[in-house]
Design a protein around this ligand. Structure first.
Ligand code: HEM
Length: 447
């Protein structure tokens, strides 16, 4: 039997400020050069941290039934209810089964004009900023773009469905889900022995209520025929009308997609923006590739497959900045992960961010080099050293949709604009996602 490496006592104490402030980089440094599974924590409060692709494969795929998500996503339960991110394995299987068809690539042709129109509106904002010398806050504007696309492709194809106040409400909830605040809530739970002690505080309550109200309105308008829903909501109304699920579950699924569908794409876009400004050589190659195919127009749907650098550039950005930087599982029964003992109910933490920066797996991991992905035309490759969308039965349902959006948006914009960000690295702030610590206010320069 292999031996778990303990990260406890003084070593943990010394790393605690780093873990609370910047968990992704601190975990990268703690696990540097480690081949063993780490046991990180004090006494009974610990998690197992996987370090090798073989460990990931075992947990995510080979014996995935023994490693459900369990309560590991529980912090968001008060808002996400019993939707696909939170539900136990039996509900999850049923939900995945009825939701998956709504993500089929056959709908992308219908989504394409929506992505294009929203990108056009975004370009209009850029033009305006360029002419007036304004520096937009890209961290916000890109998220807004992703959210508008998500609402129109998933729920109802209406331009004014999404209000800015909802985006601010979502931001507030995410901010309260940081590693630091999560740790505070854990401490609160342990001290007061209250599972329901969500502890988000009264300021967040109106944000919860607004999201709930929005999801109910989307669902009821579709159920009663007041609005024509997109496929995702159609699937839900059919399930409710067929008596297979309750209305509450349908609304929970809408809230789950509100969370999963926009911020992931939006934050990936902000990292792409930052990378485009920094990696001038590759940006030029990318721009020439896209221009040679599209001649200044946005990429057509069928042209997306032909642009290798576009795909490689996105994949390499997602290697360095996989926005879902960590996910968790809980062992259902005692087990062995590649010879390492795991006990029932132990928490397992996995981090694509840490894995993607592992020196043993990637040559010069901190260097941006899109050619690492040369020759792999799969938008979502199946491998266990590269996991921006996870892997196995829980692999991201929106992975192809997310990649498609990124390809169209970046393809349309890279031909027209230069990206200027002369300051130092904006820093990392981690909650459920990794974001820039300093918001990306950038100049807009027509290229
Ligand atoms: C760049 C964009 C995206 C990234 C990086 C991303 C990443 C991920 C990751 C890593 C997981 C797996 C978590 C785990 O194993 O515990 C996941 C799951 C999921 N994602 Fe995404 N995602 C993206 C976009 C989207 C979009 C656009 C949607 C929907 C519109 C979506 C819907 C989901 C759902 C429903 C799950 C849960 C799947 C399940 O448990 O069966 N994601 N995503």
């Amino acid at each position: 039997m292999n031996k778990l490496q303990n990260v406890n006592g003084l070593k943990l104490l010394m790393n605690l400020p780093g873990l609370l402030k910047n968990a992704p980089d601190t975990l990268t440094s703690i696990s540097s050069g480690e081949k063993d599974i780490l046991r990180v924590g004090f006494n009974k409060d610990y998690f197992l941290f996987l370090t090798r692709p073989e460990h990931y494969k075992y947990v995510l795929k080979t014996n995935s039934p023994n490693f459900p998500r369990g309560k590991s996503a529980g912090d968001l339960k008060p808002i996400l209810g019993n939707g696909i991110f939170i539900s136990g394995e039996d509900d999850w299987k049923r939900q995945r089964h009825y939701l998956a068809p709504a993500f089929h690539t056959k709908f992308f042709e219908e989504f394409y004009p929506i992505v294009l129109e929203e990108t056009g509106l975004f370009i209009g904002m850029l033009e305006n900023a360029a002419s007036k010398g304004i520096r937009p806050n890209f961290s916000f504007e890109l998220k807004k773009l992703a959210a508008r696309i998500s609402f129109r492709t998933m729920f109802v194809n209406e331009k004014d469905l999404l209000k800015d106040e909802l985006l601010h409400a979502l931001d507030m909830i995410y901010e309260n889900a940081s590693f630091y605040k999560h740790s505070m809530r854990q401490a609160f739970r342990l001290l007061f022995k209250r599972e329901d002690a969500f502890g988000y505080g009264s300021k967040v309550k109106p944000a919860f209520e607004l999201i709930d109200k929005t999801a109910w309105a989307i669902f009821e308008d579709s159920l009663t025929g007041r609005k024509q829903p997109m496929e995702f909501v159609t699937v839900l109304t059919e399930e409710v009308n067929g008596g297979r699920i309750e209305k509450q579950e349908a609304v929970d699924e809408i809230k789950n997609i509100i969370f999963a569908g926009y911020d992931t794409v939006g934050e990936t876009l902000t990292w792409l923006w930052f990378t485009l400004s920094k990696e001038k050589k590759y940006r030029q190659i990318l721009r020439e590739e896209v221009y040679s195919k599209c001649g200044g127009d946005p990429p057509k749907y069928e042209q997306l497959q032909e642009m290798n650098m576009l795909l490689m550039f996105i994949k390499e950005t997602m290697r360095l900045y996989p926005v879902v930087w960590a996910f968790h599982r809980i062992a259902r029964e005692n087990d062995e992960i590649e010879g390492y003992p795991v006990k029932k109910n132990e928490w397992i933490m996995m981090s694509p961010y840490v894995l993607h920066r592992n020196r043993d797996l990637w040559n010069e991991p901190l260097v941006f080099n899109p050619y690492r992905f040369e020759g792999d035309s799969n938008t979502v490759p199946v491998r266990y050293d590269y996991l921006p969308f996870g892997q196995g039965p829980h692999v991201c349902l929106g992975n192809r949709l997310g990649m498609f959006e990124l390809q169209v948006i970046i393809g349309a914009i890279v031909q027209k604009y230069d990206f200027v960000y002369e300051r130092e690295h904006p820093g990392i702030f981690a909650d459920i996602l990794i974001r820039q610590k300093n918001k990306l206010f950038m100049d807009v320069v027509k290229g």
